[in-house]
Design a protein around this ligand. Structure first.
Ligand code: TRP
Length: 331
């Protein structure tokens, strides 16, 4: 691996069943980095336990995210693919970073505020220090760029602050990372309520398309997606439902939004929806096939994450040793 390459890193939580939102909103976009950058992509299973999880589901979904990385074209020869909990350095660094994190700043994180309101009963300390672990994920690998959704901007600021603070307090140690906010990332909304993100935790099954939904289900769900009664095919914030569908079309085909709008202007929404159903299936079915093949080959998956772990550990160790020395831990 060429060490002059810039480093790109991102993690995906295995918190819910995978939807096309996870794929289009995040994982599909990782591939474009892998030829030019030194890439790390990992499954953030440790972040997931900040909310209640069923252990065997967590294990299964961790493998599923990894399988989706592979099915989406991430190449383990080019990118380091690993599982967060298998590289102990992440929590080891997180503890040190905890010692320079301010309670005030952590309590202002909007995601913490939202999540803590939702789960009063499980208001655990990990939910509070979650962004510090995320900073550790990033800083361990001397990361330059972090592709994330817009909802992670505040966490990215914290990661930068901690890097700067540590470098200042001890001496230059961490690269200051930058968020790479792709406008397309994290932008796939519920089919039933385009104000909220598409998510498997939505009680309405028709509001999301699962990665593993079959052809008929996909087409049916798209036909049932909420639009509006403007009878005007346009890409606009006044027509959020339609806008979301156009975004999905665009994400799968890469066809420019303007071209899509031109092509369908004057058409019924239902014509567009039928075509969109076809487009999704055409693009998703081959990925589903690969995904299922990979998942059914336990040994292959295991080999991938064991190798990923070794590669990740090697890099993580380098940074962590420096950090331990600088803060005054014995060798
Ligand atoms: N918090 C991120 C999310 O929920 C996941 C994540 C954990 C992450 N560690 C990371 C993303 C490091 C980028 C870099 O989406």
């Amino acid at each position: 691996m060429n060490d002059n390459k810039k480093v790109v890193l991102s993690l995906v939580q295995p918190s819910g069943e995978l939807t096309i939102g996870n794929y289009l909103g995040a994982i599909k976009n990782f591939k474009k980095f892998q030829d030019q950058y030194k890439c790390y992509f990992a499954v953030a299973d440790m972040h997931s336990i900040t909310v209640p999880q069923v252990p065997k589901d967590l294990r299964r979904r961790t493998k599923e995210v990894l399988a989706l990385f592979l099915a989406s074209g991430l190449d383990p020869e080019k990118s380091t693919l690993f599982i967060q909990s298998q590289v102990e350095e992440h929590v080891q660094l997180a503890w040190v970073l905890d010692s320079i994190s301010y309670m005030g700043q952590l309590s202002r994180m909007t995601q913490f505020k939202q999540k803590s309101q939702k789960s009063e009963e499980n208001l655990n300390a990990a939910l509070f220090t979650y962004p510090v672990l995320m900073a550790a994920d990033i800083l361990l690998y001397q990361t330059d760029l972090v592709p994330v959704g817009e909802d992670q901007t505040q966490h990215m600021e914290l990661a930068r602050d901690l890097a700067i603070r540590f470098n200042h307090k001890y001496s230059d140690t961490f690269k200051i990372p930058e968020a790479f906010i792709d406008k397309e990332m994290g932008k796939i909304y519920s089919l039933k309520n385009p104000e909220i993100k598409m998510s498997k935790s939505d009680p309405d099954k028709n509001s999301y398309i699962l990665l593993i939904d079959d052809e008929n289900t996909i087409k049916k769900k798209i036909r049932g997606a909420v639009t509006d009664d403007c009878r005007n095919f346009a890409y606009s914030d006044e027509q959020k439902g339609l806008k979301n569908l156009i975004n999905i079309y665009h994400s799968f085909t890469k066809k420019p939004i303007d071209d899509i709008v031109r092509e369908y202007s004057g058409e019924n929404y239902s014509t567009f929806k039928d075509d969109l159903g076809i487009v999704i299936c055409e693009n998703l079915l081959p990925i589903q096939k690969k995904y299922n093949e990979i998942l059914s080959d336990k040994n292959y998956l295991e080999k991938i994450y064991n190798e990923g772990r070794q590669k990740a550990k090697y890099e993580a160790r380098k940074t962590l040793s420096k950090v331990y020395r600088k803060v005054g831990f014995l060798k």
